[in-house]
Write a protein that binds this ligand. Structure first.
Ligand code: PLP
Length: 454
């Protein structure tokens, strides 16, 4: 039997570990992010064969490449089949230009793709090792509901989500508070930053070691690998000939989504260009242009709120893949290959006016409904196409839609004068019964609560 693939830390000051260790640890001991030592590749023939496979079957092939010798293919097949039981539609906008709708999961956000797989893999390894975990996470709305839904009813795992009482919408709250079972929710009388500070303090409190706390945030390698799959999937549905090139546009915040795509490219997918579209938090577009990296603190508030990120937590991974080293604070000790980054990536910052105008324009011209995040991606793609004078009109382009428009009803009604239909997963949620506790933004009270409940 060959050795499992190992995963190194981007800070290069911790030992390389297997996938299951990296998954259960989250962050490496040197505070770096785990990355695969080698990126496995598919042949052109493998990639071409994907066109006859369903989503979960492609997921099995892609994910198994990273988990070989750590899980049987049969077991992994069970897991992917259970995780991916929803549609992944591609919507045509114009000639060879498509929207990939990643909004059909249980919380209507692309985060479902990663969270559902990570939860199931964690449950599998924990059961094997006879361990339990308490997932502790703070949310401003969407991450908490994706995590709560993804881990719902899984064995060996409990979830506790803290949210700022006045900062989440009723619908976001109900997506978390109506589950019950292994999911516990706490409203904090404070802001998102207060919730996050309480969570952070709990993680560094040795008196709570007995709880086996784990975070499920976007830096976990177990969330990154599932995000490679939909690049292969969407390409397989649309490519007309072997090795046809494709442009992907990815609305980006913490860069987890786009890292999945970059890894897909390294695995052999013929991606001509990535468009990384950010909102007004333009630290990356500026970096790509100037070679100088400055975080944006505090981050700027934009319409595409899930992308209000002044320092993308996955950026260290991108830097590592291009030969550089960036630490967890954003300091670069070794400069990545900027020329190669520029060759692969077109980065663009999109302001709120363009975001709104694009939602309107795409609806008026093509009858396609975008929401603010997907709109940033689509606008970014248009900017790229304009910048390339010799691009073929038949160039295949796929822009990612990361949330369902019905999650932003006020904005959509105001811009388009229509109230988008709720996806099935969110229908009737207003009438479900809620259960949650309330706490002050005070760590000692929170610590007592943890000790009493777990
Ligand atoms: C999280 C999120 C993003 C950003 O994804 P990253 O992986 O953090 O870049 C974009 N759109 C929506 C709707 C999200 O919830």
């Amino acid at each position: 039997m060959t050795k499992p693939l190992s995963f190194y830390s981007t800070n290069q000051n911790a030992e390389a570990v297997s996938f299951s260790k990296a998954l259960l640890k989250g962050l490496a001991p040197d505070k770096g992010l785990y990355m695969p030592e080698n990126i496995p590749v598919f042949s052109k023939e493998d990639i071409s064969n994907f066109k006859n496979m369903e989503y979960y079957e492609i997921a099995l092939e892609v994910i198994y490449k990273f988990l070989k010798n750590e899980i049987s293919k049969e077991k992994l097949k069970e897991i992917v089949k259970d995780a991916y039981n929803f549609e992944v539609p591609l919507e045509k906008v114009s000639k060879r230009k498509y929207i990939l709708r990643l909004d059909q999961g249980p919380t209507a956000s692309f985060k479902d793709f990663a969270a559902r797989m990570m939860g199931r893999l964690m449950a599998y390894y924990l059961k094997n090792e006879n361990h339990n975990l308490l997932i502790l996470t703070a949310t401003s709305g969407d991450t908490g509901s994706a995590i709560a839904n993804a881990f719902y009813k899984l064995d060996n795992i409990k979830v506790l989500v803290l949210f700022p009482e006045d900062e989440v919408t009723l619908r976001q709250r109900k997506q978390m508070t109506t589950l019950g079972k292994n999911i516990q929710i706490v409203a904090v009388d404070g802001k998102f930053d207060d919730c996050q500070a309480m969570v952070k303090e709990a993680f560094s409190d040795s008196e709570l070691d007995y709880l086996h706390l784990s975070s499920a945030n976007s830096i976990n390698i177990g969330r990154l690998i599932p995000q490679i799959v939909y690049y292969f999937y969407s390409y397989s549905r649309l490519a007309k000939k072997e090795d046809e090139s494709v442009v992907f546009s990815v609305p980006s915040g913490n860069f987890g989504d786009m890292m999945g795509g970059i890894i897909a490219k390294n695995m052999g997918l013929p991606i001509k260009k990535f468009v990384i579209a950010t909102n007004e938090n333009d630290e990356f577009p500026v970096f790509l242009k100037t070679g100088i990296y400055n975080k944006i603190e505090p981050s700027r508030n934009c319409l595409s709120s899930a992308m209000n990120v002044g320092h993308p937590s996955n950026l260290a991974r991108l830097v590592a893949l291009y030969g550089g080293i960036m630490d967890e604070k954003g300091n670069i000790s070794k400069i990545p290959d900027i020329d190669r980054l520029r060759k692969d990536i077109f980065a663009v910052s999109v302001n709120d006016n363009h975001t709104r105008d694009t939602i309107k324009e795409v609806y008026d011209r093509y009858n396609v409904i975008l929401e603010p995040h997907g709109s940033v991606g689509w606008f970014g793609l248009q900017e790229y196409l304009k910048s390339e004078s010799d691009i073929d009109e038949n160039q295949l382009c796929i822009s990612l839609e990361t949330a369902h428009p019905a999650k932003f009803p006020e904005e959509i009604i105001q811009l388009l004068n229509i109230d988008p239909n709720l996806p099935k997963s969110l229908q009737g949620i207003e009438n479900k019964e809620e259960q949650y506790d309330k706490l002050d933004k005070d760590y000692s009270g929170f610590k007592d609560y943890l000790k009493q409940n777990y």
